[in-house]
Design a protein around this ligand. Structure first.
Ligand code: MRU
Length: 351
């Protein structure tokens, strides 16, 4: 995919602050906002101004630097414990995507590895590592697309869920990168985009990205996936991931599990695309993943208008877990991983 130039950058580092596309304004308006403190970063992650597992890891990393750069401690021990406090605070913004805590742990480890250096030098190294995490994600996402493209048959109808593109990552995306590469190879007939209730990441964001990339798509309500599969109009499903455990169980946007069950019932390949920062080798299986529950009004209201009687009780999990046995393959930057995931992950990622 040599000629592809991403039409936007969702996150940029601007010398002393972060600039992001505020995704809550899309698709109507492309608004950039500046984040200048850990508090603003926490709020942006919590309110999904920036969202998608790799993107919150990248933003959290820069937010951590903004926090430690303000610290006035000049003894390593107090500097380190204050840095830990900032990492814990930022990590509390959203619990399910492992990429956020993964980035913060990596930066804490960077600090520790520099413990004999002057504090100002440590701060510079932290910023350089945050920039590296961002650049690395671009490379990983490109590689995911290159590997994933080989799984796409000619003239493919691809169904996807939520948003997994450049908005949700450093660039290219995960599942979206596979679609992008498939399109460049002339193999994508059409993408079916799940609207992705309740916050409409599919309808608002994936359509916006596919349109910019000139990839043919049709938007569907989430519950239309069954009829499409029944009629033979889906050749493969590909989604991203927020956390993949050691055995391959995968947490992703609510509704992903439903799709996996349907795909299995119709003998349609169900793929997950994610970089290594999404694989959590500390958890054995998906039942150990904390699933974020969000506010009731995301379900009881639509465009600020009430769609349910007052005081309606709501259950609003933001993610679900697809068991590994329903996943045909997991596509990472290192290649296409087939079951047995535990064995292959241990070989590839236990570093
Ligand atoms: O709640 P969101 O919008 O942050 O959820 C995002 C997803 O579920 C994505 O599918 C996932 O993070 C993969 S992004 C490359």
């Amino acid at each position: 995919m040599t000629d592809y130039k991403s039409p936007f950058q969702s996150i940029t580092w601007e010398e002393s602050h972060i600039s992001i596309i505020d995704q809550t304004f899309l698709p109507e308006r492309e608004v950039r906002i500046d984040l200048k403190s850990p508090g603003q970063v926490w709020d942006a992650i919590k309110k999904l101004k920036v969202r998608g597992a790799p993107a919150i890891g990248i933003t959290g990393g820069y937010g951590f630097y903004l926090g430690i750069n303000e610290l006035r401690e000049n003894k390593f021990d107090t500097f380190y414990s204050e840095a830990q406090r900032i990492a814990d605070y930022l990590g509390s913004a959203r619990p399910t995507a492992v990429n956020l805590t993964w980035a913060l742990k990596r930066l804490m480890a960077t600090i520790y590895s520099q413990k004999d250096k002057p504090i100002d030098e440590i701060k510079k190294t932290v910023l350089n590592t945050a920039i590296t995490i961002h650049e690395e994600d671009r490379r990983l996402c490109k590689a995911i697309g290159e590997h994933g493209e080989t799984l796409i048959p000619k003239n493919a109808n691809i169904l996807t869920h939520c948003n997994t593109g450049g908005l949700a990552t450093g660039e290219y995306g995960t599942a979206h990168s596979m679609i992008l590469h498939g399109h460049q190879a002339g193999k994508v007939k059409q993408v079916w985009v799940d609207e992705t209730r309740p916050l409409l990441q599919g309808a608002r964001l994936t359509t916006w990205e596919l349109k910019k990339a000139e990839i043919p798509f049709k938007l569907i309500v989430d519950s239309a996936s069954g009829i499409l599969m029944q009629k033979g109009l889906v050749d493969l499903v590909v989604i991203g991931a927020d956390r993949i455990t050691k055995n391959g169980d995968t947490a992703n946007k609510i509704g992903s599990y439903n799709l996996a069950v349907l795909a299995n019932a119709h003998d349609i390949p169900f793929y997950v695309a994610a970089p290594y920062s999404t694989i959590d080798m500390s958890l054995e299986s998906g039942d150990q993943i904390e699933i974020e529950e969000r506010d009731a009004d995301e379900v009881t209201h639509f465009a600020n208008k009430s769609t349910a009687p007052k005081k309606t009780q709501v259950f609003n999990p933001a993610f679900d877990v697809t068991p590994h046995n329903l996943i045909t393959a997991i596509i990472t930057e290192k290649g296409i991983i087939k079951p047995n995931y535990k064995k292959h992950f241990e070989e590839l990622f236990s570093v």
